[in-house]
Design a protein. Structure first.
Length: 159
């Protein structure tokens, strides 16, 4: 957790994502995407850059903002996993275990992505929201159309 405010890049993606977040909210005075007749260097969907850019503008540091959002999105995914277990008829203990397993698995096998300024976890959080909407609360259906819409929206967050 101490590294969140560190001014050392955790990966080459962090600086790139911070630059694109600045471009998304207009701090760089360049468009996020070039005109259609020019070569595209950014193949990521734009939504995460707008979210990180606005939060980074408030925080004063795009990379720190991206790391905070990424960590919060990971925690949300763990919580959502527990909610999905409950919606499928699981126990509270099973829900807690499922959420804990998301955290442990991420920390052990994907530690590079834990709190890294990258749109991946934010996209996963949107996908998890769509799945929770699809399942509903376990007593009444969530609705295929709303769940499908959430899944479609998630494609704007990650590639």
């Amino acid at each position: 957790m101490a590294f969140i405010t560190a001014h050392v890049s955790l990966s080459s993606n962090e600086g790139w994502n911070a630059y694109l977040a600045q471009r998304a909210i207009g701090l760089d005075h360049a468009p996020l995407y070039p005109p259609s007749d020019q070569m595209v260097f950014n193949n990521y969907p734009p939504s995460s850059f707008y979210v990180v850019g606005l939060f980074g503008w408030l925080v004063g540091d795009m990379i720190v903002a991206g790391r905070i959002i990424s960590l919060l999105a990971l925690l949300y995914c763990a919580w959502a996993t527990g909610r999905i277990v409950l919606a499928c008829g699981g126990t509270r203990a099973g829900a807690w275990l499922a959420g804990l397993l998301v955290m442990i698995y991420s920390a052990v096998f994907y530690s590079d992505y834990v709190a890294m300024d990258d749109p991946q976890w934010l996209g996963q959080a949107v996908i998890m929201t769509g799945f929770m909407v699809l399942l509903g609360n376990g007593r009444e259906p969530g609705g295929l159309a709303r769940g499908g819409l959430s899944a479609r929206v998630s494609s704007w967050w990650r590639d």
